[in-house]
Design a protein around this ligand. Structure first.
Ligand SMILES: Nc1nc2c(c(=O)[nH]1)N[C@H]1C(S)=C(S)[C@@H](COP(=O)(O)OP(=O)(O)OC[C@H]3O[C@@H](n4cnc5c(=O)[nH]c(N)nc54)[C@H](O)[C@@H]3O)O[C@H]1N2
Ligand SMILES: Nc1nc2c(c(=O)[nH]1)N[C@H]1C(S)=C(S)[C@@H](COP(=O)(O)OP(=O)(O)OC[C@H]3O[C@@H](n4cnc5c(=O)[nH]c(N)nc54)[C@H](O)[C@@H]3O)O[C@H]1N2
Ligand code: SF4
Ligand SMILES: [Mo]
Length: 890
């Protein structure tokens, strides 16, 4: 670690997912080690593998440490002046609608508040949107439509208390691992509890499922309409609740009545028996929670899908009491904080929109006569407006849209012609920063100070334990400095993030009187020291709930003017793009266990890269002919194509493939899945349909494949047709492939790496391939293994040889062969990332008599820390084909 430690322990909140676990960072040696905070209500001491690897990603490798204009380092005053004068010039000539901010659920609440206030309150444009548009915009709109407010009614405990937990479009085991572990524990201590997983794929989450419904992609709304009709038929509706506390029941039930058992089964591609099992389970459950995420939200009809779920809870009165409710789980650490400040372009601030009264109220509070009266452009429309030229300046903070937006090549093309692109990031080189005119170095996790809100409305502190590196500055500071230069000094004179938090809390309570759900006025008078010490607390926090509030709507009162919730009739719709003759397979995209988004942080950790180290396409073997594991695939849609590792899996549903969302231009040649996805959005939420895109899949004819290891980490990838980078300690490691065999291996290698000053030792295997080791003064500088099929050098051995070269000639020969010395068996791809236990070791332990997960844990320790690998261990034990599981084919 090169980050400058402040030398003390810190209680903070995890940088990653919306579970929002409390983390204790303890100084250890030169760095820090992470452990779960036993006092934090989200995790009570647990951590998942990403959380426990937080200490490994604090180094400054690749960080942006000085402001830059056109790639040249400049001072802060120069950079800030440039941002302000260039924004001002564009506003003067084209008006405030020609500029935009694009933020992120990974900004702290204080940063987010300042960005939103500057754009919507002072520049006077609604063009402040966020990556949450790609994530839970549909959930937000549906909560507002149904409840009159963007409120997650329940909390994590409800998952533990429920008779039944229905997980829809959510791979909780991999994406919200600690919450999943809580569920596993709850089910263990209360075996009568039932878990249903609704996902076309059989994911690791299915490990605890009593029922898995592998429905037709995109058909969820019909399933929930069918369930509503079934509950009506079974007399399971809560008529009193419907009558007293809701509107719209009649028309909603009439619409649902079309969804008979037979029709629903056909539409969803499920059997009637499966549906009956699901309906009966719900009918028999006095309480249930439906937890949903991207399989529901990322859809051109996501708002209606969320509403279909909410309708069912309202109609059955399973809401506002323990163990009940529709629970949209947030993805990013501060997605909820973004919703609170109004980070989406259709929100103004603090749960207020653009009604005349709301604009007036916010104007008075901010003391500005320039507050925008209109919503701005949402993410997809914003980048379309940039491409078409009407938006001429964009400031992107804490997100990497060139990777994460749909139609990502068009976004790149548009941004590369935009007159002013400003990027605030912690990393110097990202797909997005490559097209930036001005780069601003932000403080990262551990260096910055503020608050985040998790999925259950719990506000926690992120505390700093590292000194600011280089000239990096907090996002709120950067924004405030620009605001001052734009002439708004008085409103942005912040000296400390606690001042911003107090203002945000005060605005939430300003003329609220119970009309707005988000009210943290109880925190508006915290001193700086109290803010610093703030213990996790759930909003609302006000005079009515001074200690916070675990569960809303217990009184059946909602936030519409008549205090009633709304049921709405739903007409289920499938994805806009359906398979065609040319593009016969539906591509689904999402997360893997050990990577975070576009990998700027998690991609640094060799440990996290060992689970799955290359971008892949998972498919059913019967859907793609002439391909074997280890081949490369060309996956194409009408919008673009990718080169990915083939991952056949007989559990992948026929007719569909799965591609991870993480890989980008820094980690692979051609793997940005966003480039394949057409930007169809939900008409109400603007959220794009990232889960269903028709593609075709073909074998990519590699003449050879190779693994290339080069000493050093800042090594550019070779200019070859396929490469993918695997993070290793001190070594640049590339998996590569070309469609033409070189006539002369040495000449070919010389073109891609400087060999002339090195001592080379090689093995020409003729038609089989070519191996080479290059040495300088006894130090290994390069290792290369090429085969006509995928080579399989023992990666751990090769990487270790860069630090400790083999001492004997036999050892060097073994290394040249890509094998361990003395024939030690390879450990294989890592399954347990916490203890680095490979598939090979696990299989050997099984052969030696370990037949249960417990025995494996006792022998190897695997699965005994965060538990994220337990589903895979069980899969290995059951000797089923590995579903959605690692396995690099090594
Ligand atoms: N390891 C890891 N964890 C993360 C993140 C990460 O990058 N890495 N990111 C965080 C963020 S921001 C988010 S938003 C969350 C997302 O968390 P999740 O929503 O759990 O993650 P995804 O993998 O995107 O998608 C979930 C599931 O939706 C399924 N699905 C696809 N189409 C359909 C459909 O039509 N119907 C149904 N019912 N299911 C479908 C997919 O097969 C997939 O298994 O994860 C958070 N946690
Ligand atoms: N195909 C497909 N596309 C998807 C999805 C999918 O499932 N499928 N999921 C969507 C979802 S749910 C999400 S949330 C998005 C996520 O997509 P992005 O938001 O684009 O992904 P990240 O990699 O998290 O980008 C965060 C950036 O902020 C930088 N950063 C980190 N900390 C800080 C900080 O403190 N300050 C600043 N200024 N910068 C910082 C990081 O280095 C990184 O460049 O992707 C969406 N795109
Ligand atoms: S579950 Fe989420 S918040 Fe908790 S440690 Fe893992 S990544 Fe961090
Ligand atoms: Mo997300």
């Amino acid at each position: 670690m090169n980050g400058l430690s402040l030398g003390r322990e810190a209680a903070t909140t995890c940088a990653y997912c919306g579970v929002g676990c409390g983390v204790r960072m303890q100084p250890q040696g030169e760095g820090f080690s992470a452990s779960g905070d036993p006092r934090h209500p989200a995790n009570s001491g647990r951590l998942c593998v990403k959380g426990s690897a937080l200490g490994e990603t604090l180094d400054l490798q690749g960080r942006l440490l000085r402001p830059e204009i056109h790639g040249q380092p400049v001072s802060w005053p120069t950079a800030l002046d440039a941002v302000a004068t260039q924004l001002q010039a564009i506003i003067a000539e084209h008006g405030p609608q020609a500029v935009a901010f694009y933020g992120s659920g990974q900004l702290l609440t204080e940063d987010y508040y300042v960005a939103n206030k500057l754009m919507k309150g002072f520049i006077g444009s609604g063009n402040m949107d966020t990556n949450s548009r790609l994530c839970m915009a549909s959930a937000v709109v549906s909560y507002k439509r149904a409840f009159g407010a963007d409120v997650v009614p329940g909390n994590y405990q409800d998952l533990e208390l429920a008779d039944t937990v229905v997980l829809v479009g959510s791979n909780t085991a991999w994406a919200h691992p600690v919450l999943y572990q809580r569920l596993v524990q709850a089910k263990k201590s209360r075996p009568a509890m039932r878990v249903v997983v609704i996902d076309p794929r059989q994911t690791a989450t299915c490990d605890i499922a009593d029922l898995h419904l592998s429905l037709q992609p995109g058909s969820d709304a019909a399933l929930f309409c069918g369930a509503l009709h079934a509950m009506a038929e079974r007399g399971r509706l809560d008529q009193d609740f419907l009558l007293q506390h809701t509107e719209g029941a009649e028309s909603t039930l009439a619409a649902a009545a079309h969804w008979t058992l037979a029709r629903t089964a056909r539409f969803c591609g499920l059997s009637e028996e499966q549906l009956l099992a699901f309906y009966q389970l719900l009918a028999d459950s006095p309480s249930w929670v439906t937890l949903y995420s991207m399989g529901i939200n990322q859809s051109s009809s996501g708002v209606d899908k969320c509403q279909a779920i909410i309708n069912l809870h309202l109609a059955t009165g399973t809401l506002g009491r323990p163990g009940c409710g529709p629970f949209s789980i947030t993805g990013q650490p501060n997605a909820m904080g973004g919703r609170e400040v109004g980070g989406l372009a259709n929100q103004l601030a603090a749960h207020m929109a653009f009604g005349a009264e709301e604009v007036d109220r916010v104007s008075r509070f901010w003391e500005s006569d320039n507050v925008t009266t209109q919503p701005g452009l949402n993410a997809v429309d914003l980048f379309a407006a940039i491409a078409e030229g009407s938006v001429k300046a964009v400031w992107i903070m804490g997100t990497n849209p060139l990777v994460s937006l749909p139609d990502a090549d068009r976004v790149r093309h548009g941004l590369s012609r935009c007159p002013l692109v400003i990027v605030s990031d912690i990393m110097r080189d990202t797909d997005t920063s490559r097209v930036a005119h001005i780069r601003l170095p932000a403080l990262g996790w551990g260096e910055k100070n503020g608050t985040v809100t998790n999925s259950e409305r719990c506000i926690s502190r992120q505390r700093r334990f590292l000194a600011p590196p280089g000239e990096a500055r907090a996002d709120w500071w950067i924004l405030s400095q620009v605001a001052q230069r734009l002439g708004f000094g008085k409103a942005f004179a912040y000296q400390h993030p606690a001042e911003i938090f107090r203002e945000h809390a005060a605005l939430s309570g300003f003329e609220n009187q119970g009309t707005r759900a988000f009210d943290i006025s109880g925190l508006a008078t915290l001193s700086n020291a109290q803010w610093d010490e703030l213990a996790p607390c759930q909003w609302p926090i006000n005079s009515q709930h001074p200690q916070g509030c675990a569960r809303l709507f217990s009184d059946g009162r909602f936030f519409h003017a008549d205090a009633k919730a709304r049921l709405l009739p739903i007409v289920p719709r499938l994805a806009v793009n359906q398979p065609t003759v040319n593009y016969p397979l539906v591509m689904n995209s999402g997360r893997i266990r050990d990577q975070w988004h576009t990998m700027t942080r998690s991609g640094k950790s060799p440990r996290l890269m060992q689970h799955i180290s290359e971008p892949f396409c998972q498919y059913h073997p019967a859907d793609v002919s002439g391909v074997v594991a280890g081949d490369l695939l060309r996956v194409a849609s009408s919008h673009g194509w990718l080169l990915l590792r083939a991952r056949p899996d007989s559990l992948q549903p026929r007719g569909s493939v799965f591609v991870p969302m993480h890989w980008n231009s820094l980690f692979s040649q051609q793997a940005r899945v966003g480039a394949l996805i057409e930007a169809h959005t939900d008409p109400l939420s603007g959220q794009p349909e990232s889960k269903q895109m028709p593609v075709n899949v073909r074998r990519w004819p590699a003449a050879f494949q190779a693994e290339l290891f080069i000493r050093g980490v800042q090594v550019e990838p070779p200019a070859v047709e396929y490469w993918s980078r695997i993070s290793q300690p001190g070594v640049a490691h590339f998996v590569i492939a070309e469609s033409k065999l070189p006539a002369d291996w040495l000449a070919w290698l010389n073109k891609h790496a400087e060999l002339s000053t090195l001592t080379c030792q090689y093995a020409d295997l003729g038609a089989e391939g070519f191996h080479l080791l290059a040495w300088r003064d006894g130090e290994l500088c390069l290792a290369f293994y090429a085969h006509h099929q995928r080579p399989q050098p023992d990666r751990q051995t090769v990487v270790a040889a860069f630090a400790h070269p083999p001492a004997t000639a036999a050892g060097r020969l073994a290394l040249l062969a890509g094998k361990q010395d003395q024939g030690k068996p390879a450990s294989g791809p890592v399954i347990c990332s916490c203890f680095g236990i490979g598939e090979g070791q696990i299989k050997r332990a099984m052969a030696q008599g370990c037949h249960t997960v417990l025995q494996l844990g006792e022998r190897l320790k695997c699965g005994t820390n965060c538990g994220s690998c337990l589903p895979e261990l069980k899969t290995l034990i059951a000797a089923r084909p590995l579903s959605c599981v690692a396995g690099e084919g090594q």
